[in-house]
Every structure is written in C-alpha cells, then in structure tokens.
Design a protein around this ligand. Structure first.
Ligand SMILES: Cc1ncc(COP(=O)(O)O)c(C=O)c1O
Length: 436
C-alpha cells in the first residue's frame, strides 16, 4: 500500500508533528494479538498497548462481533430521558469490580470528558450540601488529566498549558513525586510520603473549607510513570477525611488491571471518592470513558433535587452509546473469563526484570515501574524531548511501538504478552538505545 504526502494533507493530527509525519508516515493498517502491521508490511510489537488502552491486545473477534451485532440491533437512541440496556449492564459489571462503596457509574466518551464530568460532580456535590464555597481545586505538577479545559487546568505539563492561557482559575498544584534520590527504584519508593502534606499547606494557606477536591493519578502515567511513594496516597486520604476535600483518582491509565488489581485504589489500599476511567474500559475498541462515584456522592446530588427533576445537568449525546457499551460488556466479560488482571499481576515481575535489565545503559537516566507499567527515562540530548521523539521513531522502524513523553518511553505491554513478547520488547529497546 502506498501513501503520498498529498493524500495525508487533510487530516490535522493530534499530538503529532504534522509536517514531519506527512513526510515520513507511520501508518498502522492492522492489529492482531500484540502486533501491529505498518503500511509497508512491517511487523511492530505493541509496547504501550496502543496508548495504554489494549490489555487484551488487538483484533479480538468477540469484541468486534458484539459491536457489529449491537449496531444491527440498535445503533443509537437518546440517552437523555430514554436509554438503552447496555449502559445499565456495563455499569453493573464495572461496579462489581470497583472498591466499595463506589456503585454508580456515569458514561462519557473519553478520559478528558471523564475529568470534566468529575469536576462538575464535585461542584454539584458541594453545592448540594450547602458547601458551595469550595471552589478551589488541587492537582499536581507533572499531572496529565486530558485536554479539555478542565483537564488542562488540572494538568501540570507546560507544553499542554502555555498556548492555552484561558483555563479554569483557582487551581493549585502540589509537587510531583519524582525524586532524583529514588532513581532506579522498582515499585513504590520508600521516601516521599510527606509530599502529600503539600495539600495540608494549601489548606493552611487558603482554608480547607474553600478546597473542593484534590486530583491525582495514583501512578502518573503519561508524564513518565511517576510512582507514589509508600504512604503518599494514604496521607492524601487522611487529609481529605479530616477536611471534607474530595479525593479524585484519575485511573484512566491505572484502571482495569494495569497495576495487577482491578484498580490502583485496591492495589494501594486507598479508596477515593471519585474515580475517572477510560481506555481499557473497552480495550480501546470503542471510544468510551466513565466516572465512578461513591454512593454518598450520587445520593447527595440526587436527593438535593426537587422530585422528578433532572438532578445533574450534564451529559453527552453519546453517553453510554450502544456500540461502546457492547464493546465494554464484551471486554469486561473477557477480563473476567480469562483472568486478565491476574495475567497482568503474573507477568509483572518478568516484565520489570526485563525493563530493569537495561539499567547498565549509559544513555538511561532512570527506570521506574509497577505492574505492567514502566518507564525508561533517557538522558536528554539537545532540546528536552528531541531525543525521545527520535527514539520513538527509530523504535518504530525497528519494529516496536512505544509512547514517549519528552525523553521518557512509557512501556505498557498488553497483558496477553507472553515471556517471548516481553523478551522481544526488551531486545528491541536495547538495540535501539544502543544507537544513541
Ligand atoms: C490519566 C489520564 N487522564 C486523562 C486522560 C485523557 O484521556 P483521553 O485521551 O481519552 O481524553 C489520559 C490520557 O492519556 C490520561 O492518561
């Protein structure tokens, strides 16, 4: 299959150097198991589960058939004041694996929409309790919470913010959790739990009663797999319990088994009040996100509303889209039937052994990892990110897909990877990094 530069011109690509890409396209034309095929026929092993979306790998017939059958049966109905059965079934399946007492699930179409939806839920909850003066949000440096205005306001990545200056006011950021003293730590660092006290400092500075919620990714994924120090999430929970601030976990990457448990909340033993989800909810087969909340949040918002009135003035034309729900149900069935999260937990040691075996390479500044999520941070050369961008491309032509942020490659294999797939990924990483 041949593509000319002109034929690629019309699509404005997301988070991509359009001009460079259109000169040297990297098109994926097929996905099967843990492999992609590129437009020149090359085989590319998927080292990042697409964008952390595909624990079951690619080309699953059961998911495709579920979507196909749903589209034939009923492709669309309004989710406002009518509904379709799939959303209820999927919400029930997700609620079964959520930590108690999180039993209510609101559907969106992406992680970014989940974040913005959750911000509105936080506002609605506090207002319903007569606590509407809580207007300030706390997030963290080096956070990534998607690209809608709410998510950008919470995010801590300069490139994602500096062009877009009219974001939400009243957001302050705690320090991130990466500490040079913890380099090459496998699993959770011992040091750093006290960084959670940044939240306390904001309480002391602004008054806890003005703070609505604190947002964290349990493991900050997109900015390079920054792990929470031992005790850090627990400390955030304690401060929230003492002050009435809501704790929101953005589990868009961690959710659905990436840490070895269904959610990072269970893996780390800390239950948030609200959890944002997307990606592996449908194994990436349909765009979908979700927000899960504790019963108290759902009940408070619903109970505050006059009888028979709409309780939450929010929703998307495609909330709980039938095809997305069909994909989600098929995927959740597969996770359960195939023990997919246990597969991730079982393969984690082997994967991390492989990743940390690269530690001898001079070009590497740090390696981090937990579950089936790891990072290889390179020593920058020239402009920050220039080396990472080049290596991502080189890796692709050497037959491996890895998502880079700046100079850090985020390695997140599909959970169906066997040892030979992990070996192949580590070998391709080493071979490509040797060229630096
Ligand atoms: C933690 C986190 N939150 C939110 C998002 C945004 O999700 P989406 O790209 O589906 O809008 C991402 C995407 O990578 C993410 O990693």
């Amino acid at each position: 299959m041949q593509y000319t530069a002109n034929s690629l011109e019309n699509q404005w690509m997301p988070f991509t150097s359009n001009q460079e890409f259109k000169q040297t396209p990297r098109l994926i034309v097929k996905g099967e198991g843990v492999y992609f095929t590129d437009h020149m026929g090359g085989k590319v092993i998927d080292g990042s589960s697409g964008l952390f979306c595909c624990p079951l790998g690619h080309g699953r017939k059961d998911i495709a058939e579920a979507v196909y059958e749903q589209l034939l049966e009923n492709a669309y109905a309004s989710p406002f004041m009518t509904s379709t059965p799939g959303g209820f079934e999927l919400a029930q399946k997700v609620a079964r694996i959520l930590p108690e007492p999180m039993n209510h699930v609101f559907f969106t179409n992406s992680g970014s929409e989940s974040i913005d939806t959750s911000l509105k839920m936080v506002m609605a909850y506090h207002r319903a309790r007569g606590d509407g003066q809580r207007t300030r949000f706390v997030s963290r440096e080096r956070a990534y919470h998607g690209v809608n205005i709410g998510g950008v306001s919470l995010s801590g990545m300069v490139k994602n913010r500096e062009t877009f200056t009219s974001v939400m006011p009243n957001v302050v950021a705690m320090r991130h959790t990466w500490d040079p003293e913890n380099v090459f730590t496998r699993g959770l660092p011992e040091k750093g739990a006290e960084l959670a006290n940044d939240l306390l400092r904001f309480c002391e500075m602004y008054g806890a009663s003005t703070i609505a919620a604190v947002y964290v990714e349990p493991i900050a994924g997109s900015t390079g797999v920054l792990l929470p120090p031992k005790g850090y999430l627990q400390r955030l929970r304690e401060i929230c319990d003492e002050t009435g601030i809501l704790l929101v976990f953005d589990e868009v990457i961690c959710g659905f088994g990436r840490t070895g448990s269904p959610f990072a909340a269970q893996e780390f033993g800390v239950t948030p009040d609200i959890m944002t989800l997307a990606k592996a909810l449908t194994n990436g087969a349909q765009p979908m996100g979700a927000v899960a909340v504790k019963d108290e949040i759902y009940d408070t918002i619903c109970d505050a509303s006059p009888e028979n009135a709409i309780e939450f003035f929010h929703g998307y034309t495609y909330s709980g889209h039938p095809a997305a729900c069909a994909a989600g149900i098929a995927v959740q069935n597969a996770y359960e039937a195939e023990g997919t999260f246990a597969q991730a937990a079982d393969m984690s040691e082997y994967f991390l052994d492989g990743l940390f075996s690269l530690q001898d390479m001079d070009c590497i500044k740090d390696i981090r990892g937990y579950g089936m999520l790891g990072a290889v941070e390179l020593k920058a050369k020239g402009n920050p990110g220039a080396l990472g961008t080049q290596i991502q491309k080189d890796l692709f032509w050497n037959g491996m897909h890895v998502k880079f942020t700046g100079d850090t490659g985020c390695v997140a294999p599909p959970f169906i990877s066997d040892k030979s797939h992990i070996d192949e990924m580590i070998e391709k990483l080493r071979k490509t990094l040797e060229t630096i």
